[in-house]
Write a protein that binds this ligand. Sequence first.
Ligand code: ZN
Length: 321
Amino acid sequence: MTATLSACGSGAPVPEAGLEISAPAEQRLIALTDLDQRVADVGHRLSAANAELCPAVRNSAGWFLHAASQYSPELRPFAESRFGLDQDLPGLLAVPEGSAAALAGLRRGDLLLSVNGQALTRGMDRRAADYAGVEANIQRIDLALAGGPVEIVFRRDGDDRTAILTPQRACGYEVQLDPSNELNARADGKRLFITTAMAGFTATDDELALVLGHELAHHVLGHRDWHEAEARGRQTQTIPAFNGAAGGAERQADRVGLYLAARAGFDTAIAPAFWRRFGDYNWRVRYPGWSHPSAEARARALEEVEAEISARRASGQPLVP
Ligand SMILES: [Zn+2]
């Protein structure tokens, strides 16, 4: 984790938000996978609606995948029985509405077996949590998706079935939920990260879209370098220059992020109240800090951006920041 330098939250530990780390294993798994579903839904909407503004794009299925091998030995038996997972084979953890995976008839719990006739690797039985095996399978799927529609063989309720999945153009950044009791989100050029505490703090999908929209904006604004854009079937594209890119990087990401959320159909009028609530909850962001405006200054700036978005909507102008 390169946490603090690029983090956009406060980093303050908030054990009561999001995922209760000390809860029994099965309860923790359920809370984690429910949050995954929300983050996948909101991430998919933002990525699909803003493809033309993203410097890196890809062909996306829209799903969140997971595998038994990535879970700790403590969580793994619950993950296997609840989701029908098998070692390194990727299973569908979240299938956002309207995503390519949903349109292909896939749903949560399906286990992927092959793509375009190429079998995915089940891997070895490992004790420690390890993401390498499922990562290699996901990379194979991503490269196949880059070529257009794919034939997927998957297992559901013990039966092997086939589906044709036609991927959708989307921003080329994965969205990842990190189990942590710190209120934080960040972007590293390849992915958007949000902690379970931060995702849990957002009361609605509109609030979650504000946080993820801000992180996506760091990518759109070129604040994060990415040297592997061509990897895994992604492509780079030239995007228009934005107006009003004044202020520091955080202020710019707030402004562009609000546009990205609005373009994806989220209610952005809630933004100022959200940041005030965030500030009330967490004294570390109440006052201006190193590189970060205070929660109140953020809220006031976003009121102006929200007014600008409303005016553009009312006069039928495109929602381009
Ligand atoms: Zn930021």
